[in-house]
Design a protein around this ligand. Structure first.
Ligand code: 5GP
Length: 207
C-alpha cells in the first residue's frame, strides 16, 4: 500500500545551551524520512560550523533581499542577529511525505504555527538546572564571555514560552532525550489525522 501521508514539521526550541542542536543531530542520524531545515543567518560562523550545513551564513544586505522576495516563511532577530527559515524547502518536503526538523526559537515556532498549524508538532527542551545550562554554554567555548552572559540572561524569558509547546523534554542525558523526541515523532506520524490515505484502505476493507 502506498503511504501518502503528508510530512510534518517537528519544531525543537529551547533556551540557548539546553542541547537542542545535539538532539537534532541525533534524531537525523537515527530516523529516516526526516530532513533538517537549514536557516539563513547573519550571525558570524563558529569555528565548528559549516556553511550550508549548520546555517547559510549571509550578510545583512543579502538577508534583506531574501526577506523582501518572500523567501522566508518566518524570520526573527535573536541575540542581535537575523535568522530566517526558507519556505520552498518545507513545502517541497511536506508534499513528498518527508518530515522537516526545525531548530528555531519561540518566535519562529509561533510563526510556523500560523503558517500550518495542523502540520506542526512542537517540543520544548529544558535543561535540568541552571548550572548545566551555564556549563554547556561555556563548554561550547566558541562564543565570547559577553555572548555567554547575554544568552544566559535571556534564558529565563525564553523558558517562559514553554507553555506554548505540545511536548516537554528535560535534557538530562542527550541519548535519552533524542530517543524521547524520536518517540514523539513516531507517535505523531501515526496520528489518525495524518493518515488520510487510510480512507482508501478502509473503503476496500469494508466493501
Ligand atoms: P544559534 O546562534 O545559537 O545557532 O541560535 C540562536 C537561536 O536562534 C536558537 O534558539 C535557534 O533555535 C534560533 N534560530 C535558529 N535559526 C532560526 C530561524 O530560522 N528562525 C528563528 N526564529 N530562530 C532561529
Amino acid at each position: 500500500m502506498q503511504n501518502k501521508r503528508k510530512g510534518l514539521m517537528l519544531v525543537l526550541s529551547s533556551p540557548s545551551g539546553a542541547g537542542k542542536t545535539s538532539i537534532c543531530k541525533r534524531v537525523l542520524d537515527k530516523e529516516k524520512k526526516i530532513v533538517m531545515s537549514i536557516s539563513y543567518t547573519t550571525r558570524p560562523k563558529r569555528k565548528s560550523e559549516k556553511n550550508g550545513f549548520d546555517y547559510f551564513f549571509i550578510n545583512k544586505k543579502k538577508f534583506d533581499e531574501l526577506k523582501s522576495s518572500d523567501y522566508f516563511v518566518e524570520y526573527a532577530n535573536v541575540f542581535d542577529h537575523h535568522y530566517g527559515t526558507p519556505k520552498d524547502f518545507i513545502d517541497k518536503n511536506l508534499q513528498n511525505g518527508i518530515d522537516v526538523l526545525f531548530d528555531i526559537d519561540w518566535q519562529g515556532a509561533q510563526k510556523l504555527s500560523n503558517y500550518s498549524k495542523d502540520d506542526m508538532v512542537s517540543v520544548f527542551i529544558l535543561p535540568p538546572n541552571n548550572k548545566s545550562l551555564l556549563e554547556r554554554l561555556k563548554k561550547r567555548n566558541e562564543d565570547s564571555i559577553k555572548t555567554v552572559k547575554k544568552r544566559m540572561g535571556k534564558a529565563k524569558s525564553e523558558i517562559s514560552h514553554w507553555i506554548e509547546y505540545d511536548y516537554i523534554v528535560i535534557n538530562e542525558d542527550l541519548e535519552q532525550s533524542a530517543n524521547e523526541v524520536i518517540t514523539i515523532l513516531r507517535a505523531e506520524r501515526k496520528k489518525r489525522s495524518r493518515q488520510k490515505f487510510v480512507f482508501d484502505l478502509i473503503e476496500n476493507l469494508t466493501k
